[in-house]
Design a protein around this ligand. Structure first.
Ligand SMILES: [Zn+2]
Length: 164
């Protein structure tokens, strides 16, 4: 990427973030010649989108809507807003894009989602984990539930939102 200040063609990426529902990646760059920082926006081409490797080894394009649907099912009748779901998926996509891998195992995505969901709603987390993670039987699920119970923080205070 050519530096807008000194036109040198050498830079390093300092930070990458998914924006606009994962359709745009914003990268913060620093010119290695003059040290100035600038931001670039890249549209995600359908050809370079993430590929998900399923448990059976088959591959399919990553689809945000599938993550959202999985979350909505887990959050059925829970008090988590659509906006919170959308923000959670944005964060997951940011993490995925930051890795830079073109192919990601579905289990990794499930773990990322579950990790964030756990902070949001413990019940929904367990529902999600029972479907998407490799919890093999009821004993696994109970062990996970006890772990959640043991580590559940006190109810969020007013500035908790800043953490997410
Ligand atoms: Zn420069």
């Amino acid at each position: 990427m050519r530096c807008p200040f000194c036109y040198d063609n050498n830079d390093k990426v300092i930070d990458s973030r998914a924006a606009d529902g994962g359709k745009v990646i914003r990268r913060r760059r620093q010119c290695l010649a003059c040290g100035k920082r600038f931001t670039t926006r890249e549209m995600v081409d359908d050809n370079v989108r993430l590929t998900v490797i399923k448990k059976d080894g088959s591959r399919m394009p990553y689809e945000r809507v599938k993550v959202v649907k999985g979350l909505e099912a887990a959050l059925y009748k829970r008090t988590v807003s659509a906006l919170q779901v959308s923000q959670l998926v944005d964060e997951v996509e940011e993490d995925l894009f930051r890795r830079g891998d073109k192919e990601i195992p579905s289990l990794d995505i499930g773990r990322l989602v579950a990790g964030k969901l756990r902070q949001l709603d413990a019940v929904a987390y367990l529902r999600f984990a029972s479907v998407y993670l490799d919890l093999k039987d009821v004993d696994d699920l109970i062990a996970e539930a006890e772990d959640v119970k043991a580590s559940t923080p006190p109810p969020p205070g007013p500035d908790q939102g800043a953490l997410f």
